[in-house]
Design a binder for this molecule. Structure first.
Ligand code: F6R
Length: 260
C-alpha cells in the first residue's frame, strides 16, 4: 500500500485531485469509481475548478458510485444521486448517461444490486476507485464483518454509521437502515484504488487499515491485498500509524517515490 502523508487536509485533497486529473488526462474514457461523504466534497470542488480553469474534461469518462440508500428516490435531497449532482456532475462536462449509482428506490433491491455489478463488468471494470473510510473501518457501506469476497448487494448499516450520517437527515429515525453497496471484492477488482482520509476521527480506522491484520472487522484492511492501492492522509488521520518515518522516507511530503 502506498501511504502519502500531507501536512493538512487541503494539501491531501490537492494531491488526490492531481492523481484523478492525471488518470483522466492519460485515459479520457476512464471508468471512475466515485464515493460520497464529507471527505469527498472538497475533492469534487477541486476537480470542478480544474475543469473550469484548465479544461480538465470528463466528457468521455464513465462513473459508478459506491453506494446508495435504500428507499430514497434519486431526487430525494439526502440521496447520493442528489449529492453527486450537486457536488460534482452539474459542475463538469460528464455525460449524465454515463453516470451510474445503485437504484435505491428499486422495487427489488437485490436484483438491482446484481444488475449494478453486471453493469460495472460490462463497462470493462473500474480504472480508479475513489474511497473514503468510516470511523469503523468501512469502505463503501461494507460494515465491519462484511465478507471480504462480497459483490454489490444490500447491507444493513451499523448504528455508528447511521449516527455519523444522521447530520444529513432530520433525525436518527429518518436515517436509512439499509443501502445498496458495491462489495469489498468489487472494490478490489478495480485497477487502482485511491483512499482519502482526513482528520483525527479517522486515525484509528486508518491504522487498522494500513498496519492492522487483514480482517473483516476492518473491511478497509482488505486493501492490503490490492497491488495498486494509494492512501492519502493528512497528518491528523496518520497520527496513529507506527511506520510513519518509513512512509515519509519513501514519499517525502506525499510525493511519488523516485521509482515511479
Ligand atoms: C460514501 C461511502 C462511505 C464514506 C465514509 C466516509 O459513498 O461509501 O464509505 O466514504 O463513510 O465518509 P465521510 O467522508 O463523510 O467521513
Amino acid at each position: 500500500m502506498k501511504v502519502l502523508i500531507l501536512p493538512d487536509a487541503q494539501a491531501a485533497i490537492a494531491r488526490a485531485a492531481e492523481i484523478v486529473a492525471r488518470t483522466v488526462t492519460a485515459k479520457p474514457d476512464a471508468v471512475l469509481g466515485l464515493a460520497t461523504g464529507g471527505t469527498m466534497l472538497p475533492l469534487y470542488e477541486a476537480l470542478a475548478q480544474r475543469h473550469n480553469d484548465d479544461g480538465l474534461s470528463f466528457a468521455q469518462t464513465t462513473s459508478f458510485n459506491l453506494d446508495e440508500y435504500i428507499g430514497l428516490a434519486p431526487d430525494h435531497p439526502c440521496s447520493y444521486h442528489h449529492y453527486m449532482q450537486e457536488a460534482f456532475f452539474r459542475h463538469v462536462d460528464i455525460d449524465p448517461l454515463r453516470t451510474h449509482l445503485p437504484k435505491g428506490d428499486a422495487a427489488d433491491p437485490r436484483a438491482a444490486s446484481h444488475d449494478y455489478e453486471a453493469l460495472i463488468e460490462a463497462a470493462g471494470g473500474i480504472d480508479l476507485q475513489l474511497l473514503g473510510i468510516g470511523q469503523n473501518g468501512h469502505i463503501g457501506f461494507n460494515e465491519p464483518t462484511a465478507s471480504l469476497g462480497s459483490r454489490t448487494r444490500v447491507k444493513t448499516l451499523t448504528e455508528s454509521t447511521r449516527r455519523a450520517n444522521q447530520r444529513y437527515f432530520s433525525s436518527f429515525d429518518e436515517t436509512p437502515r439499509y443501502a445498496i453497496t458495491t462489495g469489498v471484492a468489487t472494490i478490489l477488482s478495480s485497477r487502482k484504488c485511491l483512499l482519502i482520509a482526513t482528520g483525527e476521527s479517522k486515525a484509528e480506522a486508518v491504522a487498522n487499515m494500513v498496519e492492522g491484520p487483514v480482517s473483516a472487522a476492518c473491511p478497509a484492511s482488505a486493501l492490503q491485498f490490492h497491488a495498486r492501492a494509494t492512501v492519502i492522509l493528512d497528518e491528523a488521520a496518520a497520527s496513529a500509524l507506527k511506520f510513519t518515518d518509513y512512509y515519509e522516507n519513501v514519499h517525502p511530503e506525499g510525493r511519488d517515490s523516485v521509482f515511479e
